[in-house]
Design a protein around this ligand. Structure first.
Ligand code: AMP
Length: 408
């Protein structure tokens, strides 16, 4: 019988899922392997109909259902229906675990954790730290517990990998009451991606993870940088929430913390409105009118000055962080690009690293611009002091690996 992990990423209005098959028991590390099925349900709880799209690797056509998914419970029932109707038949698979992406684990969770009532209560306590994400994650966990009562449910936290940050890196210089009573500190996010990509980088370099220092640039719609020393995250750009750090699709990243109060005084905006705009109307969208870097590139190529400025701001911020994290690490073996922008945009890669030759960082233009290979690859010249790599991220594989590790 096949063994598998079902990975669930439940958002406020969507469920993404993947069923990953494991290597047969007894053969080495039992890393997750092939995808047996992938799918997404969108527009859950929305006005009109949503769509469930369910794919198996060899299917020429995905299986699709259009329906009103009133809540996550209904959407999850539809996912089970898709497995029943289109396959693979879950009754013929030994499901070892359901792995849940959970956004905020606070200081409590330092690794993937098998979910029981106490764990669920703790994740619920973290809701003030991630008011948009944790409630949806909890709904997914509750639904999956009912759907798979005999299968262990495992929470894999976005924050857990960064729990190794030293105190000097995670502490904000703010009053002790804020820190002690309200848990105000840097947590960091995208942890499964930073962990997966930094481990792959060590493997590509053929070095033990424990002896490899890397800077990981996760540049998607959300974006963050991490400094990983010997497999441990020692610095990362997102903070208490995912708003801090790099310029993102719709988030500002770093700003002067006095700006919200200033806007309250001069524009009458309350703090909730400022927070919303910093999260949803800022970043590339605020600067160039589009949150998608492809569109910003097109506008810039057509001579739009706002789009050109947006790209300059985006890449300047990146270069600043790379320099800072180089200083944090002292010695860097690789700079690694991942996620939508990092994997696909050669100009962001070359321009954010421009002028860093003195640090041993250089990009080979032909390698950087080649579209022949979309997998893991070097884009630095042969013999470069610091390897520059592109590593496609795979958060689902990492969640499956960690979920499996938690139940083994
Ligand atoms: P992600 O959140 O990892 O899916 O990344 C999404 C972002 O990647 C999109 O908003 C785009 O800006 C960017 N992206 C995807 N493909 C490309 C591409 N071919 N060139 C430039 N940017 C891209």
């Amino acid at each position: 019988m096949k063994q598998a992990v079902l990975v669930l990423n439940v958002g406020s209005s969507s469920i993404k899922y993947q069923l990953l098959e494991l290597e047969p028991a007894g053969e080495g590390a039992r890393e997750p392997g092939a995808r047996l099925a992938t799918g997404i349900v969108d527009r859950i709880g929305g006005e009109g109909a949503g769509t469930l799209t369910h794919k198996q690797p060899d299917d020429p056509q995905p299986y699709e259902v259009s329906d009103t998914f009133a809540d996550h419970e209904q959407a999850l029932a539809a996912v089970l229906g898709a497995f029943r109707d289109a396959g693979p038949d879950l009754a013929k698979i030994e499901l070892k675990a359901v792995g849940h992406r959970v956004v905020h684990g606070g200081s409590e969770f330092i690794q993937a954790t098998v979910i029981d009532d106490a764990v669920l209560a703790k994740v619920t306590e973290m809701i003030p730290l991630a008011p948009l994400h944790n409630p949806a994650n909890i709904t997914g966990i509750e639904g999956a517990r009912r759907a798979f009562p005999d299968v262990p449910q495992v929470a894999v936290f976005d924050t857990a990998f960064h729990q190794t940050l030293p105190e000097a890196a995670y502490t904000y210089a703010v009053p002790s009451e804020w820190r002690e009573r309200y848990a105000v500190r840097r947590y960091g996010f995208h942890g499964t991606s930073h962990e997966y990509v930094s481990r792959r980088a060590a493997a590509i370099l053929g070095r033990p993870v424990a002896e490899t220092n890397v800077i990981v640039l996760h540049l998607g719609n959300g974006a963050s940088v991490s400094a990983v020393a010997g497999g441990r995250s020692v610095e990362t750009s997102m903070g208490l929430t995912p708003l801090e750090g790099l310029v993102m699709g719709t988030r500002s990243g770093d700003i002067d913390p006095a700006i919200p109060a200033y806007l309250q005084r001069v524009a009458g905006l309350d703090s909730a409105a400022v927070e919303r705009e910093l999260n949803r109307s800022s970043g590339l969208l605020g600067l160039a009118g589009s949150n998608d870097l492809r569109d910003v590139n097109k506008k810039a190529d057509a001579g739009d000055p706002a789009a050109r400025l947006a790209l300059d701001v985006y890449r300047h911020r990146l270069r600043k962080y790379i320099g800072a994290y180089y200083a944090v690490l002292g010695r860097v073996d690789a700079v690694v690009f991942t996620a939508g922008v990092g994997e696909n945009d050669p100009r962001t890669r070359s321009q954010s690293l421009a002028g860093l030759e003195r640090l041993g960082i250089a990009v080979d233009d032909a390698r950087n611009e080649s579209t022949a290979d979309r997998g893991e690859r070097f884009i630095s010249p042969d013999g470069a002091e610091v390897a520059v790599l592109v590593v496609p991220t795979d958060e689902e594989i990492e969640i499956a690996r960690q979920a499996l590790g938690a139940v083994s």
